[in-house]
Design a protein around this ligand. Structure first.
Ligand code: ADP
Ligand code: MG
Length: 247
C-alpha cells in the first residue's frame, strides 16, 4: 500500500491518498499547536505515541461495536484509515469541568458534572472553532436533527467505553473531542484520533491540579514534562490494551 499524494496537512497529521480510493494514510506528526495554532511547538515522539494510543483505542471501540475509520497500523506513526466525508463538527464530551467550559460558565475547575455534557463546535479554524447552539447548527445546515441525535448517542456510548478503559489505566477521562464522518457506503464512523492531544486525562493518584495533568494541557499551560506525560499515558494504554482492553 503506497502513499500516492498529499491530500491535506493539518496541525497534527498529514493525510495521503493511496492507490485505493477509499483508503487514506494518516501520518501523525510531532508538531503541537494550541489556542487555534497561536502557540506552536513540538512534542518529541508525539506522532508515534498518538498513533499508537489511537490504534489501541480504535481497536478497543471496534470490539465494543463502534464503527471507526481505523484499518491497519503500518508503522509507529502511520495508520491506514477509511476515507471519510468528515462532518465539520467537533463533538466534545465532558465529564468534569475544565478548559473553555470553566472560562465560559464560571464552573470551578474539577466540578464533576451530574451527567456527561455533549457539545458541538464548528470545525472552522478561521472562525476559531466556535461553540454552536442547535439553532446555529441547523441554520448552517451542518447536520440534520437525526444526525445530531445519532452523533449524541454515539458520543455518549464512546464516553462510557473510553471512561472505563482509562479508569483501568488509573486515568480520569475529563473531556475529549471527536470527529465523525461518512464512509463510501454511507456508514457513520468515528474518525481522526483519540490521544492526549484530544482528551483531557488526569492521573487518579495525583490531587495536585498541575501534577495530575497527563495531556496537552501540559503543553498549553507550560507545565513542563510534556513528553514524560505522553509516554506514561502510552505505557498505561498499552498495558491495558494488552490485557484485552476489558472486553
Ligand atoms: P487539524 O489541523 O484540523 O486538527 P489534523 O492534522 O488533526 O487536522 O488532521 C488532518 C485532517 O484529517 C483533519 O481535517 C481531519 O478532520 C481529517 N481526517 C481525519 N480522519 C479522516 C478520515 N478518515 N478521512 C478523511 N479525513 C480525515
Ligand atoms: Mg486535529
Amino acid at each position: 500500500m503506497v502513499a500516492r499524494s498529499l491530500l491535506y496537512e493539518g496541525k497534527a497529521k498529514i493525510v495521503y491518498t493511496t492507490t485505493e480510493p477509499e483508503i487514506l494514510l494518516a501520518h501523525f506528526k510531532d508538531d503541537a499547536t494550541a489556542f487555534n495554532a497561536q502557540k506552536r511547538g513540538s512534542i518529541v515522539g508525539k506522532g508515534e505515541i498518538n498513533c499508537t494510543i489511537s490504534t489501541v483505542l480504535f481497536q478497543y471501540l471496534e470490539k465494543q461495536g463502534i464503527p471507526t475509520h481505523w484499518l491497519e497500523s503500518i508503522s509507529a506513526n502511520q495508520m491506514r484509515v477509511r476515507r471519510l466525508q468528515i462532518l465539520p463538527l467537533e463533538v466534545v464530551v465532558r465529564n468534569i469541568a475544565a478548559g473553555s467550559l470553566c472560562q465560559q460558565t464560571g464552573l470551578p475547575l474539577g466540578t464533576v458534572l451530574k451527567q456527561p455534557l455533549v457539545e458541538f463546535y464548528y470545525k472552522n479554524d478561521s472562525l476559531g472553532d466556535p461553540l454552536l447552539t442547535s439553532d446555529r447548527l441547523f441554520l448552517l445546515e451542518l447536520a440534520t436533527p437525526e444526525q445530531v441525535n445519532q452523533l449524541q448517542q454515539m458520543a455518549r456510548q464512546i464516553n462510557r467505553y473510553l471512561s472505563e478503559f482509562f479508569q483501568r489505566c488509573d486515568l480520569t477521562l475529563v473531556d475529549f473531542k471527536l470527529e465523525f464522518g461518512y464512509d463510501a457506503q454511507g456508514q457513520l464512523r468515528l474518525g481522526d484520533e483519540i490521544s492526549p492531544d484530544t482528551c483531557r486525562l488526569w492521573d487518579v493518584a495525583e490531587t495536585d491540579p498541575n501534577r495530575r495533568v497527563m495531556d496537552k494541557d501540559r503543553f498549553r499551560r507550560d507545565l513542563g514534562n510534556v513528553e514524560t506525560a505522553y509516554q506514561e499515558v502510552l505505557r498505561r494504554v498499552l498495558a491495558q490494551g494488552n490485557e484485552g482492553g476489558g472486553n
